[in-house]
Design a protein around this ligand. Structure first.
Ligand code: NAD
Length: 368
């Protein structure tokens, strides 16, 4: 009993659902965290090593992110245990079966996340009538294809750079995780003049002090190859990205990649968090003590969910980009100004803003 409620606090989670279908070897967990602001939106992650705790923490992050972005949505998340590179037919069966299980969880709207994509969301929508991050042919704004989150990260950097006196022209950039978020963040920042010194994926770190060609790297990844297949630059171990001296270091891979035991390796000035919960709290405090400005995940990477919420209401791609630009810039500015004034951690300020909104929405609910 105690164990089942180990994540419970004043905000949620309202439901944790374990899904098990032995005939398909489907094992999944859905966490619907807080729905005071509206139905929960949150991605479906597929990976072999996910856990209930990771799912809960990501769902909670979505509660804060959606509230901070002013969206009429609460936070949720789901994880499916499995290798996302499994054969296409097996993946479709698994995703459709998962969708079948969440059909009646009507206050949870699934979206894409690591290991799932727009195609998966089309299957989920067909089974349940709900999903965001859909392919454009079925009315979606393909948020990963257009780089909604990367666009928001670049907007956030554009605001934060003024707080540390950083010129984006020639700013040195390193990106951990050259996937949907990382590659578009690099693309939008390169447009503003930043130079990509290093990028990593599961195949390793690719580094070139004279700068990497972002468009060529994106084409390489789109052709299904890895960064190590690039014909220039040094090929290093995946975690060597931590050692790259740069001005902007973007985590865009997995949670907890920066921890007390490796935070001292980072040599950067600004960390806009593309990934969700990429740092442990201790690591974030250590970065702050060293003067590294961290833009917390749920402020910096809200672009994707903003796009998803606009899509859910039938809005256009242009409306999504306008909303992301306005909201991410305003939130970054507000959070960093308050930090400068009160000498507090950016995450603490951002959290307080989001908590205030969720608490006030909770007051309007019947069972508050
Ligand atoms: P993705 O699967 O498209 O890309 C992830 C990338 O990280 C891949 O290139 C993979 O090779 C790489 N990677 C995985 N483990 C790594 C490691 N240990 N070292 C280096 N690289 C590694 O996923 P994504 O959609 O880009 O999401 C990345 C992160 O951003 C996740 O934490 C996700 O929750 C978060 N996020 C995504 C969105 C979105 O719109 N897609 C929005 C907000 C937050």
């Amino acid at each position: 009993m105690e164990d089942m409620f180990r994540f419970a606090d004043e905000f949620g989670p309202t439901r944790i659902i374990h899904i098990y279908r032995p005939s398909l070897a489907l094992k999944a967990i859905v966490v619907v965290d807080n729905t005071a602001c509206g139905a929960a939106i949150g991605g479906v992650r597929m990976a072999p090593d996910v856990s209930a705790e990771e799912c809960f923490r990501l769902a909670r992050t979505m509660t804060w992110k959606n509230a901070a972005a002013g969206l009429p949505h609460g936070g949720g998340k789901s994880v499916i245990f499995g290798d996302p590179r499994m054969a296409a037919a097996a993946k479709e069966r698994l995703i459709r079966c998962f969708a079948d299980e969440v059909r009646d969880v009507t206050d949870y709207i699934p979206g894409p996340d690591i290991g799932t994509d727009e195609q998966c969301m089309a299957w989920v929508r067909e089974e349940t009538g709900r999903a965001v991050g859909l392919p454009s042919v079925v009315g979606g704004i393909p948020l990963d294809e257009i780089g909604a989150t990367g666009f928001g990260l670049a907007a956030s950097v554009d605001v934060a750079r003024e707080f540390i006196g950083l010129d984006l022209q020639g700013a040195r950039l390193a990106v951990q995780g050259f996937g949907s978020v990382g590659k578009h963040a690099a693309r939008f920042l390169a447009k503003k003049g930043a130079v990509l010194l290093a990028a990593s994926d599961t195949s390793g770190t690719l580094a070139d002090a004279s700068g990497l060609d972002v468009a060529r790297l994106i084409a390489l990844k789109q052709s299904g190859r890895s960064l190590r297949d690039y014909d220039r630059g040094a090929k290093l171990a995946a975690d060597a990205i931590l050692d790259v001296e740069c001005d902007i270091w973007i985590p865009a891979a997995r949670p907890d990649v920066v921890r007390s035991d490796n935070v001292s390796r980072l040599r950067t000035r600004l960390m806009p968090q593309g990934a969700n919960i990429p740092c442990t709290l201790e690591a974030e405090q250590a970065l702050d003590a060293r003067g590294v400005l961290v833009i917390p995940d749920f402020i910096a990477n809200a672009g994707g969910v903003i796009c998803a919420a606009i899509e859910y209401r039938g809005g256009t791609q242009r409306a999504a980009f306008d909303y992301i630009d306005e909201r991410v810039r305003a939130n970054t500015q507000a959070v960093l100004e308050e930090c400068r004034r009160d000498k507090t951690l950016p995450r603490a300020v951002a959290q307080a803003v989001a908590e205030r909104r969720v608490r006030s929405a909770m007051q309007m609910r019947r069972w508050h």
